[in-house]
Ligand binder design. Structure first.
Ligand code: SF4
Ligand code: SF4
Length: 345
């Protein structure tokens, strides 16, 4: 079994973390079954967030009796000390624990520091003193904030998007974390569903011994795949290398990662689905994207006010309104009979 140690935290777990965002979309009992199967299969790192609606509650429900055998990581998106304490107390209650192992600032626009105006870092220090959290950590989608967090020396771990579509700068960040003895947790290891080959995704992560990928799983068969990799980890071979090269050609650059930071949209457009529809049509079963419900979502793009709010909030610097229009054009062509082929959009 391959294990990963999260830098100076000393937390050592097998190289499969459980990303608990998708369990919001299934029932409490279904989630409990999945979480329990993950635990029984050897997964001991569970990552959630206050922002993931009932995900924390489901984890508390499913795993409180094995609390001492697992690591719990959650996140607060609070911008004030008051909000921090409210979130922390709620998370402790829902997770049914008196201490969170890895407590993360959730994608802050600026890196919290001791003595700053927000009071967030000082609140985290106090929470650690009180034994309510073990490690102060951070997640981010922005390279600049992530680099600042590593350079500050204030954080035990960084959670950052990291998959085989990542750039040289992302790889440098990961190496810098390792040198700083800081844990590196890879989110979006399947790039929001656009990477559809878990063997290739795993083989990429397996090349980096300091990286802990957290897989966002919602279905049992997805979990089964990752559990099978605990004993039989896929390795990078020529077949996987070719697949990755082809995916990089098709996906690298200006594609929407579905993070949702640009939302809500004042025109009610579900940007994190609609802005990547051309890819979803080609990389997932296309009939699921052509239902009347999805068609209605796509037609909402016509209501775009071109206010630019989405673009100003996108951490990947995407021209979101333009991307939406391109996806709509392709979608309408597909509805009119265009054949769905890789890259014909
Ligand atoms: S530019 Fe269009 S899609 Fe973006 S936030 Fe404004 S209305 Fe929504
Ligand atoms: S457009 Fe940007 S911010 Fe919005 S979901 Fe896509 S990647 Fe995220």
């Amino acid at each position: 079994m391959t294990t990963v140690t999260l830098g100076k935290t000393g937390i050592t777990v097998n190289k499969n973390g459980f990303g608990a965002l998708p369990i919001q979309r299934i029932t409490k009992e279904e989630a409990a079954k999945l979480l329990r199967k993950a635990y029984d299969g050897g997964i001991t790192y569970f990552d959630t967030a206050r922002a993931y609606s009932d995900s924390e509650e489901k984890i508390g429900y499913a795993l409180s009796d094995v609390r001492n055998h697992i690591y719990l990581a959650t996140k607060t998106a609070a911008t004030t000390a008051e909000g921090f304490w409210k979130d922390l107390e709620t998370s402790l209650r829902l997770l049914k624990t008196d201490c969170i192992d890895v407590y993360q600032f959730h994608n802050p626009a600026v890196c919290p520091k001791p003595g700053d105006e927000s009071g967030l870092y000082d609140a985290a220090l106090k929470a650690r003193e009180q034994g309510k959290i073990r490690f102060i950590s951070i997640t981010n989608h922005r390279l600049a904030v992530a680099n600042e967090a590593v350079d500050s020396g204030l954080y035990a771990t960084l959670q950052f998007p990291f998959c085989y579509l990542c750039s040289e700068k992302d790889l440098e960040l990961m190496e810098k974390c390792k040198k700083a003895d800081m844990g590196f947790i890879a989110m979006k290891a399947l790039s929001g569903g656009l990477i559809n080959n878990s063997r290739a995704a795993y083989a990429f992560q397996a090349q980096y011994d300091s990286v802990l990928p957290i897989w966002g799983v919602q279905k049992e068969h997805e979990l089964d795949e990752f559990l099978s990799y605990i004993d039989n980890p896929p390795v990078m071979d020529d077949e996987i290398r070719t697949l990755i090269e082809n995916d990089r050609k098709q996906l690298f650059g200006s594609f929407c990662r579905a993070c949702g930071y640009c939302m809500p949209c004042p025109a009610g457009i579900e940007i994190n689905t609609c802005a990547r529809m051309s890819l979803l049509l080609r990389r997932s079963p296309s009939h699921l994207q052509l239902t009347p419900e999805v068609q209605a979502k796509m037609m909402k793009i016509k209501d775009c006010l071109h206010c630019g709010h989405c673009m100003s909030k996108c951490p990947y610097g995407l021209n979101t309104p333009e991307l939406l229009q391109r996806n709509l054009k392709d979608y309408e062509e597909v509805l009119a009979g265009k054949e769905i082929l890789p890259g014909n959009f």
